[in-house]
Structures are given as C-alpha cells and as structure tokens.
Design a protein around this ligand. Structure first.
Ligand code: 9RB
Ligand code: ZN
Length: 368
C-alpha cells in the first residue's frame, strides 16, 4: 500500500549559521577551530539522497510559512522572543541560551522552521497528505519557554502541537521522540497538560545533563502523561524495538491521540558523534512501521515527523530514506550500504540491563 507523504523543506533552513566551533564547544586556544556539530551537512545530504533515489519526486512538497507571533507565544515567553529578534539583527548574531549560537537572520529562519511543522500539521489534518516529514532547521526539542538550548531556538513540534490543539481543535496529541537526547523542551511545555502525551526514548543522561529520568512523569493534571525511557548507552535495535512494543505502542493505544508527532533525530544511529547507540536504517524503518500500524488503528494514520539531531554525515541520509520509504510505502532501489556494518555489531539484541529499564517504564502504563 502506498500513502501520500508530505515533505517540508526550504534551502534557507541551511543558512542558519552556527558558526566556527569545535563540535559542541566554542573554538579557540586550545581547541582548533572547525565546524559546529549542528551544521547543514547531514540535512542537505538527507534531502540529496531522497532526490537521487527518485523518492523525492513522489512526495508531496509542502511549502513552509513563517509561524506567527501568536503561534510562537503559545509556547514561548515574550521576553525570550524579543531577545532572539534583537540578537538576530546583530551583525554577528547571538545565542539562544547557553551554547546555542546563531548567525544574523537566524530568528527568521527559526520562525520558518516552526512554521514548517505547522504547515505539515495542516496538510495532514486537511487530508492533503496521509503523513508528513518536516526536514526543518534549526531543531526544536530542547527549546524551553524562556530559553534556547542544545542547538534549538524555537520548540517547533510543540508550537505545531499547540496549533493542533488550540486552533485545529484536536482533543489529544502524542509525541514519540526518538532522538538520542532527551526531549526536555517538549516535556516541560506539556508537563501539566493531559491533552499531550509526551514520550522520549533517549540515551540515559547524555544531554541535557541531569534530565530525562524514568521517574519524571508529569505534574498536576498532566501527571502520568510524560514517559521517559532512558536507555543505557550501547543500546541497539533490539532495545528500541522492545521499547516500542512494550511501552510506546501500548501507551499510544491507551491514550488514543488524534495525531502523533515524532521529533525525529537520527543521532541514535551507530557512528553518531553525539550519541552512543547502535540504531540503523532497518531499525528506523521498523520503528516507523510500528508507528504507522498504531496510527492507522487510532488516528487514520496521522503522523507528523519533525527533524531534530543526527550528525554522522554519511549515514544519516540512509536512516532518513528508510523512514521516508516506510511513511510513503514506496521502496526505492537504493540499498543502505551501512547495513552490514551496523547489523553485525555485537549487542544489537535486547540485553538484560536494558530489559530492566524497559520494565520500569512499562509500569507507567498503569497511569494512562
Ligand atoms: C557543553 C555541553 C551539548 C551536547 C550535546 C547536544 C546535543 C543536541 C542534540 C547539545 C549540546 C554541556 C558544550 C553539558 O542533538 N539534541 O537532539 N553540549 N553540552 N556542557 N558544555 C560546556
Ligand atoms: Zn539529539
């Protein structure tokens, strides 16, 4: 079965300039200057592989539009937005928070990034497409109401989620964040909100530090509607599939969302410089197929993915292609040349200490 899959992209997303750095740190003696970890390369190559594979032309292009102040202010404080606007007009740009650097004009790009996810939501809810992937930049899942963080300026998927609830009138939305880092921003924004189930599967205490514990379950009316699955470093595809089968899918079935968001980072892939997991292209395909199955049961297949991290340039495009093939139901001729390398790594199967953590997360299902 093939589906109509939307794709959001704009070349100006690649003009968001994180500047001269050395990975995640500012460069300068004693660190030799180089590129910032979050640069255009993996995103450009993802889009390029879609084109070369022939899949790009079979997707429905969705043009991004800027998010409005009203849309952004549903999530962020006016003070933070005014500061971003002012710094974005500086000749050398500014910083969204601690170590979230941006160049001149980046605020306007971030506004188009958030608006890109909103456009994807509208296309799905209007039935123009069955599902959608927004390959936006800068990313969003670390951004909090009053500050940027971890390369994120605006909370793209949260802003789009509020739009879905407040303007489009949905009753419930769910987030399944498979980026290797904790989706702290999404967690914080919907902490007390029972209309949003926020699930994050991430590497235990990677980034942000001291964040993403399985014991953080939401507060007030939102208690029970935040689920963290902090998998141990070294987790492989078996661990991710078990997490989906035993935690994510049952949670979604209990919550019955009208729309599923996937903050989609590919930094849980083997070889990613900012993560220590072993996901691979077939793993991402399998997780996507699991979500498609449950989305078909619950919400007419409605899934909106928004791009987050993923920093290994050669591999990220193949993870992205596998996800796009699954979403659209169209298999291209392209074979992922990294598969033999990753599938043969030791410990891809679920390990006892990983199983133990998933058991802990499973206990949270009783609250839904
Ligand atoms: C620095 C620290 C990081 C480390 C990783 C990320 C990943 C983001 C991502 C962001 C910032 C700490 C530079 C802690 O991909 N999200 O999806 N920086 N971490 N202290 N310092 C000085
Ligand atoms: Zn990440």
């Amino acid at each position: 079965m093939t589906r109509k899959t939307g794709f959001v992209w704009h070349e100006i997303y690649m003009w968001h300039d994180t500047g001269t750095h050395a990975g995640v740190l500012p460069a300068g003696n004693p660190i030799q200057p180089g590129t910032h970890a979050e640069n255009p390369e993996t995103k450009r190559r993802f889009k390029n592989l879609l084109e070369v594979s022939g899949l790009y032309e079979q997707l429905t292009q969705i043009a991004p539009r800027p998010a409005t102040d009203e849309e952004i202010l549903r999530v962020h404080t006016p003070e933070y937005i005014e500061r971003l606007k002012a710094e974005s007009a500086f000749p050398r740009g500014g910083d969204g928070g601690m170590l979230t650097p941006f160049g001149p004009g980046s605020y306007e790009i971030a506004v188009l990034s958030a608006g890109g996810v909103i456009a994807a939501v509208d296309a799905v809810l209007d039935g123009k497409v069955d599902n959608a992937y927004a390959l936006v930049r800068p990313p969003g899942h670390h951004a909090e109401p009053d500050m940027g963080m971890g390369f994120c300026l605006l909370a793209n998927a949260s802003i789009a989620g509020r739009h879905a609830l407040d303007v489009r009138g949905l009753d419930r939305i769910a987030y399944v964040d498979w980026d290797v880092h904790h989706g702290n921003g999404t967690q914080k924004i919907f902490w007390e909100d029972p209309q949003a189930l926020t699930i994050s599967i991430h590497q235990d205490r990677n980034f942000p530090p001291d964040s993403g514990y399985v014991t953080d379950i939401g507060g007030g009316a939102g208690e029970g509607y935040n689920i963290n699955v902090p998998l141990p470093a070294g987790s492989g595809v078996g661990s991710y599939e078990a997490t989906f089968d035993r935690v994510v899918l049952p949670a979604l079935r209990a919550f019955k969302p009208d729309l599923i968001f996937v903050p989609s980072g590919f930094d849980a892939g083997g070889h990613d410089p900012l993560g220590r997991m072993m996901m691979h292209g077939e793993g991402y395909r399998s997780l996507t197929n699991k979500l498609l199955g449950v989305a078909e049961e619950l919400c007419d297949g409605r899934i909106v993915m928004s791009h987050e991290g993923g920093y290994n340039a050669p591999t990220v495009p193949f993870f992205g292609l596998a996800v796009m093939e699954a979403l659209s139901g169209i298999k291209t001729e392209v074979e992922d040349p990294f598969m033999p390398l990753f599938s043969g790594m030791g410990g891809q199967e679920l390990q006892p200490h990983q199983d133990q953590l998933i058991n802990e997360a499973e206990k949270l299902l009783a609250r839904l």
